[in-house]
Design a protein around this ligand. Sequence first.
Ligand SMILES: *[C@@H]1O[C@H](CO)[C@@H](O)[C@H](O)[C@H]1NC(C)=O
Ligand SMILES: *[C@@H]1O[C@H](CO)[C@@H](O)[C@H](O)[C@H]1NC(C)=O
Ligand SMILES: *[C@@H]1O[C@H](CO)[C@@H](O)[C@H](O)[C@H]1NC(C)=O
Ligand SMILES: *[C@@H]1O[C@H](CO)[C@@H](O)[C@H](O)[C@H]1NC(C)=O
Ligand SMILES: *[C@@H]1O[C@H](CO)[C@@H](O)[C@H](O)[C@H]1NC(C)=O
Ligand SMILES: *[C@@H]1O[C@H](CO)[C@@H](O)[C@H](O)[C@H]1NC(C)=O
Ligand SMILES: *[C@@H]1O[C@H](CO)[C@@H](O)[C@H](O)[C@H]1NC(C)=O
Ligand SMILES: *[C@@H]1O[C@H](CO)[C@@H](O)[C@H](O)[C@H]1NC(C)=O
Length: 473
Amino acid sequence: MAMLVWPLFGWMVVQLVVLPQSHQLAPPSGNGQLRRLWLQDHCSAGICTNVEIGRSDYVILSQAPIAGTTMLTFLNSSIAKIPHLLFDTFPDLQVLRMENCSLETFEKPQFEGASNLMALYLGHNRLKDIPKNIFLGADNLATLHLQGNQLKQLGNHSFHALKEVKELSLADNQLEELALGVFSGMRKLVELSLAGNRLQALPRGLFDRNLNLTKLNLGRNLFSAFESELLRLQPRLTQLDISGNIVQELTLNFTSLDTVIAHSCDLRRLTVYGIVRELDLHNNSLREMPHIPLAANVSSLDLSQNPLGNLQGNPLRRFTSLLRLNLSTTNAHELPEGVFKKQSHLQMLDISGNSIYSLKITIFDSLKALQYFYFQQNNWNCDFLQLLMSSFVKRKDISFMEDVTAPELVDDYVDGIACWYESDKQSKKCDSGNSDAAMELSVVRNEIKAFTEVVEKKFIKVYRMLEEMKMKL
Ligand SMILES: *[C@@H]1O[C@H](CO)[C@@H](O)[C@H](O)[C@H]1NC(C)=O
Ligand SMILES: *[C@@H]1O[C@H](CO)[C@@H](O)[C@H](O)[C@H]1NC(C)=O
Ligand SMILES: *[C@@H]1O[C@H](CO)[C@@H](O)[C@H](O)[C@H]1NC(C)=O
Ligand SMILES: *[C@@H]1O[C@H](CO)[C@@H](O)[C@H](O)[C@H]1NC(C)=O
Ligand SMILES: *[C@@H]1O[C@H](CO)[C@@H](O)[C@H](O)[C@H]1NC(C)=O
Ligand SMILES: *[C@@H]1O[C@H](CO)[C@@H](O)[C@H](O)[C@H]1NC(C)=O
Ligand SMILES: *[C@@H]1O[C@H](CO)[C@@H](O)[C@H](O)[C@H]1NC(C)=O
Ligand SMILES: *[C@@H]1O[C@H](CO)[C@@H](O)[C@H](O)[C@H]1NC(C)=O
């Protein structure tokens, strides 16, 4: 067996010599304690585990270069610094994954000879800064991941020499500000993540040399405003994420965006000029629909977890191309009859987590393309729910989701969806006597007693019934 395996991994017979730093480049002398690590003990098919290199260790990998290794991944390793001869030893290295390896620092010259390196993954380490010109030599690097480190600042020369980078992640660091010229050498940059930092503002002109920028993530920073002006030169920008910044009023002005992600921003007002196709606006404070002149080009709209209330005045009438609409948890008690009139393409509709108890069944007439309809966790009236199931959901073979409401709070289930028996306005005769109403009122009062500790939903139902009673009395 060993005879078969050895030749296969022969390239990995690398001698790793670790010397205390005091020896610097001098050959090991008599007084130095020589530590030998054999990479073949740690690596198999380009995966290396349990490699330990201390901050002051001086590491020699091998006397002669080892050709043919294109990818190295280090797992369960503690490597304070990248051995500085790594790229001499592995001249063909294209991909280096050293994530979560407790990497602390770069040493010059770190990337000398790394001209074949295409992708460098250094996420989740302990890097505190990027020294000036450190990437000299990595001329062809296209992907650089530095997320989850402790970077506080970046200067004009941090990424000097990285002319080929297309994808850069600096997410989840501690960046507070960026130098104006930090990305200016990266003319080919397509995707950039700055999410999860402490940025409050970006210098005007920051992206003026990154004309191919397509995806930009600015989420989870400390921005309180966003200027579309910043990206006025980026005709290809298709995805913008500013989630998790508190930006109560937002205006976006782009020619065309595929995706805008702006959830958890406490947004109260949103205006989007230009074409936008997908909007994720969940968990905001919108009480009105976003203002989008080109609403007809929106195909996906997530408004869940906003206090929209009952949609009045047909606010969806101009969203004529919607395929997916999420109105889950929007404080709706009812939906106006014509609200989905223009949604003939809609494939997915979510109205779950509201307090709806009945609808005009004709509301569904226009939803001719619907395939997924989520309406669980409402206050459904059982009779209406039966009707909804038989005349629409099941008849059209539409997918839905069952309820999770606890049985003791529920009168009944229809196909797994919780519902309650209650008096329905339409089924009530106008001349129904006062004594009937009075009896129902007492029933309701009893219910209130019985459910003092009950979820809000139930209260809403009871409250509504009381209102009805009051009207009748
Ligand atoms: C990494 O270490 C953990 C525990 O220290 C162990 O469970 C896991 O199998 C190791 N993974 C590899 C690839 O060696
Ligand atoms: C990093 O490795 C440690 C164990 O060595 C593990 O607990 C942790 O989840 C890892 N983190 C990431 C981001 O991979
Ligand atoms: C950084 O570069 C920009 C131009 O890209 C220049 O305006 C600015 O003065 C430079 N800043 C420093 C500190 O060198
Ligand atoms: C921008 O992208 C286009 C199309 O992918 C490409 O032809 C062009 O060379 C890129 N520009 C730069 C500066 O990389
Ligand atoms: C949107 O930006 C364009 C230029 O990029 C400008 O001409 C136009 O006035 C802006 N529209 C609004 C409503 O701000
Ligand atoms: C919802 O958004 C607020 C900011 O308005 C944020 O503090 C909160 O963490 C978000 N909640 C979730 C579950 O993301
Ligand atoms: C935007 O919507 C209008 C109206 O539906 C349509 O004519 C136009 O082609 C759409 N534009 C794009 C770029 O999709
Ligand atoms: C609608 O939004 C809610 C809350 O944000 C989410 O849990 C649910 O998965 C979304 N529905 C669909 C079908 O994506």
